[in-house]
Design a protein around this ligand. Structure first.
Ligand code: IVH
Length: 675
């Protein structure tokens, strides 16, 4: 390929990729598969690596990250990034509207028009575009200066690296010169939960996770976490002040930004009220957190007339939804022991109804938190629920403290196995050191092993695991594969069918890819992402178990801490016994790199088999689905994509029909396997 050929192809690829990016992330209407998209990106990166001097700052290859910044440079904001004055009171909001109207009247202007928007609960950033190209992105900082986090922001798919060139005169003007776009970076609730489930570090809420992610020094790390951006402000010398805020939001959309559709224009206070009421009621149903609404005077000219105080503009106000609170009594504090032995205090509360559910327990995280809240058993406490976040104790009502309230002392022994607890230096947590025999830790490990991101064993939930342990059917993770059906049926709560379902779910977990097994083992510091990297480099468990510390350390993205943790883990006798047990049970221990079939049917699909297949065994059939990136499950739910019905298919077939799940005959299934 000549350089000029490369140039032509790169240009076409970049445009194509960014169009698909926009279709996917902004319009939510993808027109090609993920696989096809990845192929385009791969091709782009391949050509760019042959011609490194053809890499441009707006190339989609920049989104995968790679820049490491030790200290973020400081930038001075062109225009100060002010905060907003807040109110929780509808009364004050009314006063704000009245004041604005009065001031405008004094200037001889008649009716004030307001833009009502959601107040996104994330991190505000400022983006500078020069001649249509994203050149700098910064945090708010103290309002005057912020941190230049351009490489991190470039990884966010909803931040255009190059503006679109729409068929609109006003928008065209903005492509020649400098513009500033402000908006919020945030994380969807769903992505936040996945992140917390996959990593050891736990963030309290999506906003903290976003802030923590944007501060990462390695932009590759940012690229892995799913952040999104929504724009709510556009400023440029190229725009006249007769272009209203509302029109600017439209321009932002035309230029390729995500702008929230949940916005409205209002002239009457009643209209504003109804917007607020609507969203206060609907906020829990949004896929992201909001903490209120923002009401802005729509005319930029009028905004300029009203000006700002030293802190906030006088033409806008944030109406914050009150966090929903309830008061109740702290009956007791109990302790939960996690799978790595961490002892977590839990508040046992007098049940109280709060924003849609009855709360009787709430985590207190650790002893520092108890000390900070100065909690006593018997206290009245205030519980708070903001957005989707789990309710938490925010304070003790000291004035109401009963005389017999008791201070809370840290436990000395494990509540599960009575082993004396330890408090490693520099850590806030207490730990139970009895990792091999503590029942609570064993239960935690089994639950983790069976969890969705690990071996995904449906029906093996908390209550079932507890029962199996109590009845002595299992003693550790490896035992689940030798549970006998008859013994299961003899247990309370199990019938023929539920026993069968559980055993099938356990059976199909044997075929999970190596990375899921590695994650499921619960090795300290090995989250799903690390497990994936390890499974790719070391293609079998034996390979990984015998890897030297140096070999582990040399693995891309595996630092000394992870390497040591993995190395130590595979040198514990209990680990070797467990691996032996799993091997004997037939659990997959090999990477399936060479075995995967890409871009095939069943990729990302959930399949359930029922009845007897004629031409292949169920194991073989499951394997074929797994190879194609699909999932095999033991029971049918709304999430099932296909039910493959062999002969003598029974109740599952009925259920599939009832739920409207697509049913495949064996012949249809086989035909979908061939390319
Ligand atoms: S406008 C001068 N609009 O709220 C006004 N801000 O306390 C600039 N925020 O730092 C802000 N959603 O992070 C505006 N629709 C929205 C917003 C919004 C969230 C945040 C933003 C800002 C803070 C103000």
């Amino acid at each position: 390929m000549t350089k000029s050929q490369a140039e032509t192809e790169l240009k076409a690829l970049r445009e194509e990729i960014e169009t698909h990016n926009h279709n996917y992330y902004v319009l939510a209407q993808p027109t090609i598969s993920d696989y096809e998209f990845d192929k385009l990106l791969e091709r782009l990166i391949e050509i760019e690596s042959q011609f490194p001097d053809l890499v441009t700052p707006d190339s989609p290859s920049q989104r995968v990250g790679g820049t490491v910044t030790k200290i973020f440079p400081t930038v001075v904001h062109k225009e100060r990034m002010m905060s907003l004055s807040n109110t929780y009171s509808p009364e004050e909001l009314r006063e704000f509207v009245k004041r604005v109207q009065k001031e405008l009247n004094a200037e001889g202007l008649t009716e004030a028009e307001f833009a009502c928007e959601l107040k996104f609960d994330g991190v505000a950033v400022s983006l500078i575009y020069r001649d249509g190209l994203f050149v700098q992105g910064a945090t708010r900082g103290d309002g005057t200066t912020g941190d230049d986090i351009t490489p991190n922001l470039k990884t966010i798919p909803t931040i255009p690296l190059r503006l679109k060139s729409p068929n609109d005169e006003r928008a065209q003007v903005l492509l020649k010169g400098e513009i500033e776009v402000r908006g919020e970076v945030f994380m969807l609730k769903e992505d936040f939960e996945t992140l917390n489930a996959q990593s050891e570090k736990q963030f309290a809420n999506p906003r903290n996770a976003t802030a923590g992610t944007l501060k990462q020094q390695d932009s590759r790390e940012v690229a892995k976490r799913k952040l999104t951006f929504t724009a709510y402000f556009l400023s440029s010398d190229l725009l006249s002040d007769t272009v209203s805020h509302w029109e600017r939001l439209r321009l932002l959309e035309l230029l390729g930004f995500n702008v929230s559709p949940h916005r409205t224009l209002a002239t009457k206070i009643e209209e504003i009220d109804s917007f607020l009421n609507e969203w206060e009621e609907k906020r829990d149903r949004l896929p992201f957190d909001i903490d209120g609404a923002v009401i802005k005077l729509n005319s930029i000219r009028q905004q300029n007339l009203l000006g700002a105080t030293s802190k906030a503009p006088r033409w806008a106000i944030a109406y914050k939804f009150s966090a929903r609170q309830a008061e109740t009594r702290l009956r007791d504090v109990t302790y939960q022991v996690g799978r790595v032995g961490t002892v977590t205090p839990v508040a046992e509360l007098e049940p109280v109804f709060l924003a849609g559910s009855t709360i009787s327990r709430s985590t207190l995280h650790n002893f520092d938190e108890i000390a900070r809240l100065e909690l006593h058993v018997g206290d009245f406490v205030v519980l708070e629920k903001s957005g989707d976040v789990i309710p938490k104790v925010v304070r003790a009502v000291i004035e109401k403290r009963p005389i017999d309230a008791k201070p809370i002392l840290p436990p000395t022994h494990c509540p599960s196995c009575q082993t004396p607890l330890i408090n490693p230096e520099g850590e806030v947590n207490l730990y139970c050191p009895n990792e091999d025999h503590c029942p609570a830790q064993i239960q935690g490990r089994i639950l983790h092993y069976a969890s969705r991101n690990a071996m995904d064993i449906e029906n093996l939930g908390e209550a079932v695991v507890e029962q199996l342990l109590k009845e002595g059917l299992i003693g550790d993770v490896g035992d689940i594969y030798s549970i006998e059906k008859q013994r299961l049926i003899s247990l309370e709560r199990f019938g023929e069918k539920s026993a069968q379902n559980l055993l099938e779910a356990i059976e199909s977990s044997k075929l999970r890819p190596l990375e899921r097994l590695l994650f499921g083992l619960g090795i300290r510091h090995v989250g799903l992402a690390t497990a994936r990297i390890l499974a790719r480099k070391f293609t079998s468990i034996d390979d990984l178990a015998s890897a030297s510390l140096e070999a582990l350390e040399q693995t891309e993205e595996v630092g000394a801490t992870i390497a040591k943790s993995v190395h130590d883990y595979f040198r514990k006798p209990s680990t070797l016994l467990l691996i032996e047990k799993l091997k004997r049970a037939g659990v997959n221990m090999k990477g399936e790199k060479s075995e995967t079939i890409e871009n095939a049917h069943f990729s990302g699909k959930s399949v359930v088999f029922t009845g007897t297949l004629e031409s292949l065994t169920r194991e073989k059939a499951s394997e074929e689905v797994l190879k194609r990136g699909g999932k095999v499950s033991g029971s049918i739910s709304k999430k099932t994509d296909y039910v493959v019905a062999g002969s003598e298919a029974g109740s599952k077939l009925e259920k599939a029909k009832k739920l409207g799940v697509r049913i495949l005959s064996e012949a249809e299934f086989l035909s979908l396997l061939s390319p």
